[in-house]
Design a protein around this ligand. Structure first.
Ligand SMILES: C[S@@+](CC[C@H](N)C(=O)[O-])C[C@H]1O[C@@H](n2cnc3c(N)ncnc32)[C@H](O)[C@@H]1O
Length: 291
């Protein structure tokens, strides 16, 4: 699998390490062509999740990455600030994970204040819980059971530092997607990968993404397009998603999912839709070159 480089070149995919429902890690090849057609000086990803797409953009452009999941954004913020401190904290977790250790870590996590220990525990739970699902109850407590993995694997210091280097060019914000509309202008590319609504596993945070959010998303896209920004969007199904106007070209993809939004595995039908401004400038600004 290769990264989202331009010019048909390939490079090794950057492993983001977080397991995340709807992660685009197996869709990078399919998405590459769309990213190659875009010209931009600012990349905005309002539903960043595990940041798979951002981490595999070779473009050395500035980025704004947003998500409503506080723990996710806090984890990336710690990585950006001090990957070595995150790595040291991760080294304190046992390699062999018993059921009782997992549940005691989960209880501890729900009582921790924001900070390095909470960020590292978030990562530990993500790697060892059932299917990497992030689900909280109405009180905001993480309540996913232990998964089948017995070994806690975590990145080397070098791997974490490479992610930290990429994050240096990104502003990380914990917010609703709506807030990023203010960034829209010509030269900005928005990549939208919203939760697929209506499934049991769409609870990345509380409250979950629902029908009214889809209406808000439609209005958001119309606004950013009217301000001259380009948009690439991913969604489930085989048809044009209801929140996209006819100006969007729609391409069908078949993506293998090890954690899908409905909790099942296997090939899923998804679409990649795009409305891009301007023509691709053959790598003149270097924004599609090797990062
Ligand atoms: C399908 S996932 C994104 C996956 C990502 N593309 C990846 O490769 O890992 C959708 C993300 O949207 C976030 N989210 C849910 N509601 C949101 C909202 N109202 N505004 C911004 N982000 C939201 C979730 O926390 C989740 O991380």
């Amino acid at each position: 699998m290769s990264a989202l480089n331009g010019e048909g070149r390939t490079s090794q995919k950057m492993h983001g390490w977080l397991r995340w429902a709807g992660s685009k890690s197996r869709a990078l090849d399919a998405l590459r062509q769309r990213f190659e057609s875009a010209t931009y000086d600012l990349y905005v990803e309002p539903f960043v999740g595990a940041a798979t797409v951002f981490l595999n953009l070779a473009a050395p452009t500035r980025a704004v990455l947003a998500d409503t999941n506080e723990d996710l954004i806090a984890f990336f913020s710690h990585l950006k600030r001090d990957p070595e401190a995150v790595w040291r904290e991760l080294s304190t977790f046992p390699r062999l994970v018993s059921k009782s250790y997992y549940y005691s870590a989960r209880t501890r996590f729900n009582g921790l204040q924001p900070g390095l220990t909470r960020a590292a525990t978030f990562f530990f739970l993500n790697r060892t819980c059932f299917n990497g699902v992030y689900r909280v109850n109405r009180r905001g407590e993480f309540n996913v059971p232990k998964g089948s993995r017995r070994i806690f694997r975590y990145p080397t210091l070098q791997e974490l530092s490479s992610i930290g280097v990429k994050l240096q060019r990104a502003d990380l914000i914990c917010s609703d997607f709506q807030k990023t509309a203010a960034l829209a202008r010509p030269g900005v590319l928005f990549y939208l990968d919203p939760p697929y609504t209506g499934n049991a596993y769409d609870r990345y945070s509380w409250p979950p993404f629902r029908g009214r959010d889809i209406d808000r998303l439609g209005a958001f896209i119309a606004t950013v397009r009217s301000r001259g920004a380009s948009v690439i969007a991913s969604y489930s199904g085989t048809q044009r998603p209801c929140f996209l106007s006819k100006e969007f070209e729609v391409k069908r993809l078949n993506v293998f999912r090890s954690i899908s939004s409905d909790g099942s595995r296997g090939k899923k039908a998804e679409v990649c839709a795009y409305a891009l401004n301007g023509n691709r400038v053959a790598n003149r600004s270097g924004d599609l070159g090797d990062g």
